[in-house]
Design a protein around this ligand. Sequence first.
Ligand SMILES: [Zn+2]
Length: 154
Amino acid sequence: MRRINYIAIHCSATRANVDEKITLPGEDIGVAEIRRWHTDPKPKGRGWRDIGYHYVIRRDGSVETGRPLDEVGAHVAGYNSSSVGVCLVGGVSEDGKSENNFEPPQWEALKILVASLKKRFPAAKIQGHRDFPRVAKDCPCFDTRAWAAKEGLA
Ligand SMILES: [Zn+2]
C-alpha cells in the first residue's frame, strides 16, 4: 500500500435536491456519473483512465467505491500520490453558488468512512480540497478541519 498523508474531502459541485418535488437532472449522482465525466475523452470529459476519487458519498448517504485505494487518484494537484480522495455529492445551490448543503446521512457516512480511513492511516491529515496550496475553489464548501475536530477525528 502507498503512503497516505492526507484524506482529502471534495464535493461534486452539483446542485442539491432541496425540494424533492422538483426533478433536477444530474443531482442524484454517484460513481457511475462521475466516472463518466472523468473518463470520457476530451473535451467532453477529462480523458482520465478512471474516476479521480476513491469514494463517493451519494445524497442518501450511501458510499460508493471509485478508484481502488491502492491506486493513485486524481483529485488534488501535486498531492495525489499521498492522498485518498473522498467526494460528497452536492455543494452547489440552485443558482449555482458554492453551498454547504449536504444531507444528514452524508455527514454520518463521511464520519464513518473518515474514521475507518484514520484507523488505517493514523498519520493522515484530514483536509478539504480548498485547504491545499494553490487551490482557487471553495471545494468542499465547508471547513473540513473544524468538522473533523468536532467529530473527534482530527
Ligand atoms: Zn475538490
